[in-house]
Design a binder for this molecule. Structure first.
Ligand SMILES: *[C@@H]1O[C@H](CO)[C@@H](O)[C@H](O)[C@H]1NC(C)=O
Ligand SMILES: *[C@@H]1O[C@H](CO)[C@@H](O)[C@H](O)[C@H]1NC(C)=O
Ligand SMILES: *[C@@H]1O[C@H](CO)[C@@H](O)[C@H](O)[C@H]1NC(C)=O
Ligand SMILES: *[C@@H]1O[C@H](CO)[C@@H](O)[C@H](O)[C@H]1NC(C)=O
Ligand SMILES: *[C@@H]1O[C@H](CO)[C@@H](O)[C@H](O)[C@H]1NC(C)=O
Ligand SMILES: *[C@@H]1O[C@H](CO)[C@@H](O)[C@H](O)[C@H]1NC(C)=O
Length: 585
């Protein structure tokens, strides 16, 4: 047999040689609650009761009048001091979490390019009819303030490309407020591209059509792939001219401004804590941590003297899981700085991201990232780096013993990641139970994919769609990715090992295997050329392709006629070769 490649897929390169200690060992000692789910039924019960008395779901219809849609920032304003200085003058801000800042309305005609029904109806209780009004365009682009809204810009810092970058903050985003929907979930609404704030540094506070469209489609696609992420509610484009040097090559072009209304349970980042810790604002650091724990980690007891440690172990665990999920769909974030990493371990800040097409752990979506620091295969290690920075931020609030325990927790990251990625790839291959050969089967397939530059998404999808009989016969007439793989000298070996492994799964019918695999291996991802094609039409105010893509990517596991006609599961078109991601945003 061919030897297992030494470099396993997406392995984590630790800074020091690590002893693997599973965090669960620690958790059991520290806190019996540690392993329980945050949203246990008992935790939800009191909230559900309050809701029943307030809302009667059977009579409540969706909100049809936007004047009845109220957001609030009272909770955030009550919890934290607000910057005493007003206005958007760029400045160094101290002793606060937020500054007051109002969106700057976009100039020129506004057009609604896309809207997510799933977000509007399902999360914001809004009837789709509201999107017909001129008001909706104003509310979702910063032209008018939603009832109750007192917009804020968040102060944070971060490590960018490995180095402490000092104060960053929401440079072109405005937090409009929180909305608690009838399910009892609270969402934070944020506009991106809505103008300058005290944190704009040298930026103009705007976002252009292409990057906004990519964020809208990318975050929605990730959600429907089952990856924790912020969501996008709407995308409004304007005629306001915005100057951008698209490839940082001195070629400045006039583009148009756009605004995305995006929502998340929380927009706090690792950098939100880092800046407080770095500037010695420890009371505020404690306040912010307590708030995040109380709001988002309800199973952690506020009186627990180890609560920051338990919180840290949660973030370590959840981030390891998120990194594995990114890898399992070939998602490369592109800017994994600590200021772009959520404390809730959801995917945020879609910039020069990309879905890997030809399998290549060195795939980098940001064409200016020459070192490949944030390549798809490096993300697991970058996650570890970022969590180490989070620990640094927490240190002033931890005892010496807790710091040691936290370091041990961090060492467990590698193990959590490996276990999760192993599970995810086993599921992608339809493997049940455990078999000593599983690691070998996964690693060899990836090696063959890398050597043949086979398409990542379609390899797994076509293995899901082909019957065992077709695979036995090497019948790849309708499977272009497998056809590419079959040129490899070791592919036949791999396939027979794989088929033997499948045949040892007694009680597993081939049709069940295929069904299972089709449920985890998407047929459609947002390939760069698909986004680019939609962007070209959108630049001419034709949004039909955005709408089509959004619909298709909302059911990525289901074969759809319109998607097949558009060639979304076919070999990428010739014109797409050599396409670059436009990086400035
Ligand atoms: C909710 O409304 C329905 C229909 O009007 C009514 O039958 C039900 O008793 C109400 N439930 C509560 C908890 O008020
Ligand atoms: C780790 O994270 C995963 C995914 O977020 C979650 O399902 C699991 O319960 C977590 N485990 C612990 C010990 O918190
Ligand atoms: C990451 O955070 C920095 C600092 O706030 C911001 O300038 C940048 O736009 C963010 N990246 C993305 C892709 O949003
Ligand atoms: C892409 O990478 C370069 C080089 O590291 C960096 O300067 C630039 O900010 C990155 N672009 C984005 C949009 O993050
Ligand atoms: C190969 O598979 C296709 C379906 O993908 C089927 O239509 C065709 O008959 C098969 N060819 C052979 C030689 O089995
Ligand atoms: C809009 O874009 C779609 C999809 O690319 C295309 O089929 C259609 O012809 C375009 N409409 C106009 C008016 O250009």
């Amino acid at each position: 047999m061919w030897s297992v490649p030494k470099v396993l897929f997406f392995t984590v390169v630790a800074a020091t040689n690590m002893t693997i200690v599973h965090m669960l060992d620690f958790c059991q000692k520290a806190d019996s609650e540690c392993q329980s789910q945050d949203i246990s039924p008992s935790a939800l019960q009191p909230r559900a009761q309050i809701l029943n008395s307030r809302w009667n779901a059977s009579v409540l219809s969706l909100i049809q009048n936007l004047n009845h849609f109220r957001v609030s920032s009272e909770k955030l304003r009550g919890a934290f001091p607000i910057d005493e200085v007003q206005g958007n003058a760029v400045r160094t801000v101290k002793n606060c979490i937020f500054s007051e800042s109002s969106p700057t309305p976009l100039k020129g005609r506004l057009r609604l390019a896309a809207v997510s029904k799933d977000v509007l109806e399902g999360l914001l209780d809004l009837d789709m009819s509201v999107t017909q009004s001129e008001e909706f365009l104003l509310y979702t682009s910063g032209g008018r303030c939603l009832p109750g809204s007192q917009p804020l810009a968040h102060r944070y810092g971060g490590h960018q490309f490995g180095y402490w970058a000092g104060q960053l903050g929401d440079g072109r985003a405005h937090l409009l407020g929180q909305y608690t929907n009838r399910k009892g979930d609270t969402w934070e609404l944020q506009l991106k591209g809505s103008g300058k704030t005290p944190y704009s540094r040298s930026g103009d506070g705007r976002a252009v059509v292409r990057s906004s469209l990519r964020e809208f489609l990318g975050s929605e696609a990730m959600h429907f792939l089952g990856v924790p992420t912020s969501r996008a509610a709407s995308l409004v484009v304007s005629d306001e001219p915005v100057l951008r040097d698209q490839f940082y090559d001195g070629n400045v072009k006039t583009e148009r401004g756009a605004v995305v209304l995006r929502i998340a349970k929380s927009w706090f980042r690792i950098g939100s804590l880092e800046i407080l810790s770095r500037s010695g604002e420890l009371d505020l650091l404690r306040k912010l941590l307590n708030f995040v724990i109380e709001e988002h980690f309800p199973s952690i007891q506020s009186k627990d003297s180890d609560k920051y440690l338990v919180f840290y172990s949660r973030v370590v665990n959840d981030t390891a899981h998120l990194m594995a999920q990114w890898a399992s769909v070939g998602f490369a974030h592109g800017v994994c700085n600590t200021d772009n990493f959520s404390l809730l371990s959801i995917t945020i800040d879609y910039g020069p991201f990309g879905f890997m097409e030809s399998y290549n752990p060195g795939f980098v979506p940001n064409t200016s990232d020459d070192e490949g620091r944030y390549s798809v295969g490096a993300q697991a290690s970058v996650g570890l780096f970022n969590l180490d920075k989070l620990l640094d931020a927490l240190r002033p609030l931890l005892t010496a013993g807790q710091q040691l325990a936290a370091e041990t927790v961090l060492k467990g990251y590698v193990d959590i990641y490996k276990t999760r990625i192993h599970h995810l790839f086993k599921a992608k291959l339809g493997l049940l139970g455990d078999d000593v050969e599983d690691d070998y089967i996964i690693a060899l397939l990836l090696q063959v994919m890398e050597d043949t530059q086979a398409d990542f998404t379609m390899t797994f999808r076509q293995l899901s769609e082909a019957s065992a009989q077709q695979l036995h016969k090497h019948n790849f007439t309708q499977a272009w990715a497998l056809e590419d793989l079959s040129s490899h000298g070791h592919f036949a070996d791999w396939l027979s090992t794989y088929l033997q492994r499948l045949s040892r799964q007694s009680h597993d019918k081939d049709v069940e295997r295929r069904g299972r695999m089709k449920g985890v291996n998407p047929r459609y991802v947002l390939r760069n050329w698909m986004a680019e094609s939609a962007i070209r039409e959108a630049e001419m105010n034709n949004f039909s392709e955005v709408v089509l893509l959004h619909r298709i990517l909302s059911s990525p596991f289901i074969t759809q006629t319109s998607a097949e006609e558009a060639g979304y599961a076919a070999r990428p078109p010739r014109w797409a070769q050599g396409l670059k991601v436009s990086c400035s945003s």
